[in-house]
Design a protein around this ligand. Structure first.
Ligand code: GAL
Length: 649
């Protein structure tokens, strides 16, 4: 069955003179693009003065785009409340951790908890939804834009404090339970009533991690609540048309799985070069990778996020990097072919739509140095040629439905927050750890699903659980009874739900009881030997008591891995080479067939199709192991090439 994806583009009619609109629509269509996203930052043009709506321009462009066979993704403009609104309600702005107001003059200057702003957000959403909810050209919606971007998930303002107290009261009912659960006897932090509790900022030294943890959960729920208020309105006025939000890469400040429950489409914005730069600096610290891939991106970052968000709903890429961006530390030009390759890679992961950011480069304001598919003078930029190429190629290949993978990687936002709040080493970074495990499967030719604790575990042959800091016993039993082979660790099951050390110290059945943690810097790894492979455990290594079979030893006599009657436990964070060797063995014993791929080559299965992407500078051959008819590309692959094989197996 064919399930062919489509292309889209982000377009800002309000930035251009009306004379351009008709030609723009025709050119967009000529590029093979089917979807156009509009209006996410257009509040000041939709409602220039309070209650005074100007729909003429938006009606006109909706009509122009639609009558040129373009489908519209209409956005709610709530990421950019206009000046008059901020002046009417100055306390709607978020306060940063130091209590400073985040001023008007860019975007996202609101607090999720401000009741007045929530009302305004619903009012403008309703106005747009009433106007376009039944419009035949408006076929999908986007709420707001990139929740949390520019450090806006948390606000340390009065409305946040008021709502946090209400939230805590609802959760704990009585203050003694809160004191006990947070362990407030420590340092005399006990409260006599919920009204005494403050936000966990500006404390002399670190605030209680349990206080912080609850604040994070609260903030995450505030995002969910804000989003669901808009979704309800959109569903009412525009039933049957899918609602999306555009998430970011490498962003974990709210629980996206929870927010996604209210959405139809989980879209994300993919900027491979900007993300490579930012991620490397914060977390990966792999100089070779950053130098080798500076103009093509990390070979696993995009795929990881496709799989992460695909696990939460229908996957779209709402913004795809089309050329150099403006916001990373360094902003190189992508290598020719990269835009096409990123697009195909998204389709390999079941993306329904890839939409480029943006149609034409803006000549003014904050993002002048950000490329578009068109140059400022309206001539095509290099990305546009690649988009046209993909749009022709997708006509020629019928894409089957994606089936579940045989390997699942478990991911959890709360686990991530726990690793951040109880860091123990500055070099522990949850997403980097996840990426390392993800990569260790991919370099062995595997495809993965990324799943959460409430997903279905049945049907997997191997379930990988790195750093699931608190893993509820019932969830663990469900994973065990799925019959999959289990590889857990490091840092799994070492806290209870209250963010305290459990009495039994670790999960049972994995052959290890963690007693001490060596939390290290990258530069001071521990040497280990695992089945003759000399490697290292870096950043995190657990000393403990083994009650199962031990595999491998460190130079100071602790296990690398243990196994018990329920699964295996990795007692530290292995370097890439060691982790991929361990993963290879795990895959074999789970009945899978790993195949070692050339360094920067990756493969992704979608039904009976295998999608290969080459992120490396070297020309590589697809191993003979992979047989099938070539539908696109060739078995010899240059950098940024894409090859699709129709597999016989
Ligand atoms: C995204 C954002 C867009 C634009 C883009 C630039 O994060 O959603 O509005 O700013 O980055 O790369």
């Amino acid at each position: 069955m064919s399930d062919n994806p489509e292309l889209g583009v982000c377009y800002y009619p309000e930035h251009w003179s009306e004379d351009l609109w008709i030609t723009d629509a025709k050119n967009i269509q000529k590029n093979g693009i089917k979807w156009v996203r509009i209006a996410e930052f257009a509040w000041s043009r939709i409602e220039p003065n309070p209650g005074d709506f100007n729909w003429n321009w938006l009606d006109k462009i909706v009509d122009i785009l639609g009558s040129n066979n373009l489908k519209i993704i209409m956005c709610t403009p709530t990421a950019t409340p206009p000046k008059w609104l901020v002046d009417q309600m100055p306390d709607m702005v978020a306060l940063d951790e130091n209590g400073q107001a985040r001023k008007f003059g860019s975007r996202r200057h609101y607090s999720f908890s401000h009741k007045g702003y929530q009302k305004e957000s619903q009012r403008i959403t309703q106005a747009v939804a009433e106007r376009y909810g039944q419009n035949k050209y408006v076929q999908a919606w986007q709420t707001d834009n990139e929740y949390g971007c520019h450090e806006t998930t948390y606000s340390w303002c009065k409305s946040s404090l008021t709502e946090f107290r209400v939230w805590l009261k609802k959760k704990y009912k009585n203050i003694d339970d809160l004191n006990k659960s947070w362990g407030n006897v420590f340092w005399s932090m006990e409260y006599r009533s919920f009204d005494e509790i403050d936000l966990p900022n500006l404390t002399v030294t670190e605030a209680n991690p349990s206080h912080n943890f609850d604040f994070r959960k609260f903030c995450s729920e505030q995002v969910k609540n804000f989003n669901s208020q808009q979704v309800k309105i959109l569903n009412k006025y525009s039933p049957g048309r899918p609602v999306s939000h555009n998430y970011m890469g490498h962003f974990v400040e709210f629980d996206h799985r929870e927010v996604s429950k209210d959405l139809d489409i989980t879209a994300w914005n993919s900027y491979p070069l900007g993300n490579l730069q930012n991620m490397q600096i914060i977390a990966r610290k792999d100089k070779k990778l950053i130098n080798d891939c500076y103009n093509i991106g990390d070979p696993d970052f995009q795929s990881y996020h496709h799989d992460l968000y695909r696990g939460m709903g229908r996957l779209w890429i709402m913004e795809q990097q089309p050329g150099p961006v403006n916001w990373a530390r360094y902003n190189p030009v992508p290598i020719p072919g990269a835009v096409r390759m990123w697009t195909w890679e998204a389709f390999a992961h079941n993306a329904e739509v890839v939409s480029y950011f943006r149609w034409r480069q803006a000549p003014f304001a904050q993002e002048q140095m950000h490329s578009g598919l068109m140059l400022r003078d309206n001539s095509p930029n290099i990305g546009s040629q690649e988009v046209m190429q993909v749009s022709k190629e997708i006509q020629m290949i019928n894409l089957p439905k994606t089936e579940n993978s045989e390997i699942a990687l478990m991911h959890d936002y709360e686990a991530c927050w726990m690793t951040e709040l109880d860091g123990q080493t500055a070099d522990f970074h949850y997403t980097r750890l996840m990426l390392d495990f993800y990569k260790s499967v991919r370099v062995n030719g595997g495809s993965l699903d990324i799943i959460g604790k409430n997903d279905d575990f049945r049907g997997y042959k191997l379930i990988i659980i790195p750093s699931f800091v608190h893993l509820d016993d019932k969830v663990f039993q469900k994973i065990v009874s799925s019959g999959a082979k289990i590889l857990a660790g490091p840092r799994t099951g070492i806290k209870n739900s209250n963010f305290q050390i459990p009495e039994n110290l670790s999960l049972e059945g994995l052959g290890y009881q963690v007693t001490r943690v060596d939390a290290l810097s990258y530069d001071l790894p521990i040497k280990v030997d695992w089945k003759g492979i000399k490697g290292q455990l870096h950043v995190w290594r657990e000393q403990g008591k083994s009650s199962g079979v031990v595999e491998g030893n460190s130079e100071d006599g602790f296990p690398v891995m243990t196994s018990g009657n329920k699964g295996n436990y990795l007692c530290g964070w292995p370097d890439d080479n060691l982790l991929s060797a361990i993963m290879r063995e795990q895959m074999i014993s789970a009945g899978l067939k790993p195949i070692t791929l050339p360094h920067y080559l990756r493969v992704r299965r979608r039904g009976n199709l295998l999608f290969f992407t080459n992120y490396g500078k070297e020309i590589v051959d697809i191993p003979d192991y992979f047989e099938g008819d070539i539908l696109l590309g060739s078995k010899k692959m240059k950098q940024a090439d894409v090859t699709i094989l129709e597999s016989k197996k």
